[in-house]
Write a protein that binds this ligand. Structure first.
Ligand SMILES: Cc1cc2nc3c(=O)[nH]c(=O)nc-3n(C[C@H](O)[C@H](O)[C@H](O)COP(=O)(O)OP(=O)(O)OC[C@H]3O[C@@H](n4cnc5c(N)ncnc54)[C@H](O)[C@@H]3O)c2cc1C
Length: 447
């Protein structure tokens, strides 16, 4: 069967425009040397179906990308067809029903700004530019997610094009297995999502943050305290500990531990009270910065995160979920800090706190904290020096891990558990049912 690809929107390897189209799918400055046979830039779900029929007729395996924020460019593989759905960035908000229908290419930060002006909220990712496609499929640790759940918990339905080019609307009643898989399978989803139907939340009236900066000499005290109080931290507070070699944001030219905790609440009083626990660190009087309550807006929070995550840098990440104590974690944390690349590389410990019951969905593995290492550097000549820092330090800490979260996954270099065993078995059977010929590539590694 002859199937023609959409004219002017596909690039065969070697053709003019191919390399620009390939690079445009990767935000990381380090674009892996992996080359699909053909790249298709879809404009709508019909283009998606056409591309899938073409792939089927030619026996090509398929990868999909929305915003290209996958740190290790899961979607870039050698040979096959790469389907770029970033242009499917439509967005229709129904303020009365508190729902939205968004395309996978819609950037979370753009959605957040539109919702903000309507008094609405969605737990979008912490950086500008992160598209909803990959973000929602892998779970989505967004603003206020400790309270609202991973963003995929607020997905009501998905529109999917299957390997054989069928358009399916999937929710709890229709194709419930695909709906289940779309909430947490991440790069192992066996279809192309062309729209997400979202449940929206009321915008919290108050947004603020607590900020403390400690000299690295009190690292042990701060991490021990943070692990001890973790379970007591109000779920509206997203406490994280960030260690880097310098902290340019506050003009600090030395290694430090930053404790930063955004809070979303209904009143200033509630927010203030929720943050009060952060002032109980036993070494709080040694803090170089002690700001228990700083009013914020979502826009200023985005700006602050982005200043630590500059575009154009070369990144490598790895992470783990853990319930280990500070005493057990600290040797590995110290080892990672001792060998840490210069700023903006960082170690981040997020106080999450697993919730005993969530809806039944592929997202099925979480724990007290997640610890992530972000390596970043500018010069390609430094690849050998810095690219393995995150992975090798995670390997050393593996005995303390209960799994890895897919947002910052490095499965290609360090396969790890990212879902409960029963969920993995179900994912395999959903993939076999909806993609019997294995058209879609999956995770770059798994256990
Ligand atoms: C700077 C930065 C900040 C980040 N911040 C956060 C954060 O705060 N919280 C968080 O949870 N994560 C965060 N992430 C991780 C991010 O959410 C994931 O990497 C996510 O996959 C990015 O979405 P994307 O659409 O850009 O992914 P892409 O790189 O485009 O895709 C990743 C994978 O998702 C699958 N996929 C994507 N779109 C589709 C689709 N439409 N249909 C089927 N499969 C698809 C594919 O398998 C693809 O390989 C961040 C990443 C970066 C680079």
């Amino acid at each position: 069967m002859m199937v023609a690809l959409p004219a002017g929107q596909h690039f065969l390897r070697g053709e003019d425009g191919y390399e620009a189209a390939r690079r445009a799918t990767v935000w990381n400055g380090r674009v892996p040397p992996r080359y699909p046979d053909v790249i298709v830039q879809a404009r709508d779900s019909e283009d998606v179906a056409t591309a899938l029929r073409y792939a089927g007729a030619d026996g090509l395996r398929v990868t999909v990308c929305s915003g290209g924020r996958s740190w290790h460019a899961n979607h870039l593989r050698d040979s096959g067809l790469l389907l770029d759905v970033g242009r499917l960035d439509h967005c229709a908000i129904d303020a009365d029903r508190m729902t939205a229908v968004v395309g996978p290419g819609k950037e979370g930060s753009a959605l957040a700004a539109e919702l903000d002006s309507e008094g609405l909220f969605f737990p979008t990712g912490h950086c500008t530019g992160v598209a909803l496609g990959g973000y929602l499929l892998q779970g989505g640790y967004g603003w206020n997610s400790r309270r609202l759940g991973p963003a995929c918990e607020s997905v009501l339905a998905v529109d999917v094009v299957t390997a054989d080019g069928r358009h399916l609307h999937c929710d709890a009643e229709h194709h419930p297995d695909l709906y289940w898989a779309a909430r947490g399978s991440g790069p192992g989803f066996c279809g192309v999502v062309t729209a997400f139907h979202l449940a929206l939340h009321p915008r919290p009236a108050v947004c603020a943050a607590g900020l403390y900066v400690y000299p690295i000499e009190v690292l042990d005290e701060v991490f021990t305290w943070a692990r001890r109080i973790g379970a007591k931290v109000d779920r509206r507070v997203e406490m994280q500990l960030v260690v880097s070699r310098t902290v340019p944001d506050i003009g600090l030219d030395q290694p430090a531990v930053v404790v930063v905790a955004p809070v979303f609440a209904d009143t200033e009083d509630e927010a203030f009270k929720a943050l009060a626990l952060l002032d109980t660190c036993p070494v709080v009087t040694q803090a170089l910065v002690r700001a228990p309550y700083v009013p914020k807006t979502l826009a200023t929070l985005y700006e602050e995160v982005m200043s630590n995550c500059p575009a154009g840098y070369r990144y490598a990440t790895d992470n783990m979920w853990s319930s280990a104590s500070a005493a057990d974690l600290l040797p590995g944390i110290r080892r990672a800090i001792d060998t840490m690349p210069p700023y903006p590389a960082q170690l981040q410990l997020v106080n999450w706190g697993a919730v005993p019951s969530r809806p039944d969905m592929a997202f099925s593995l979480e724990d007290d904290v997640f610890l992530t290492l972000y390596s970043s550097w500018q010069d390609p000549a430094d690849d050998d020096k810095y690219a393995d820092w995150a992975r090798s330090n995670m390997v050393a800490m593996e005995p303390l891990a209960s799994g890895t979260q897919l947002a910052d996954e490095n499965l290609g270099q360090r396969p790890a558990r990212f879902a409960a065993d029963t969920a993995m078995a179900r994912l395999d059977s959903v993939r076999a049912a909806y993609d019997p010929h294995g058209r879609f590539q999956a995770w770059m590694g798994r256990l």
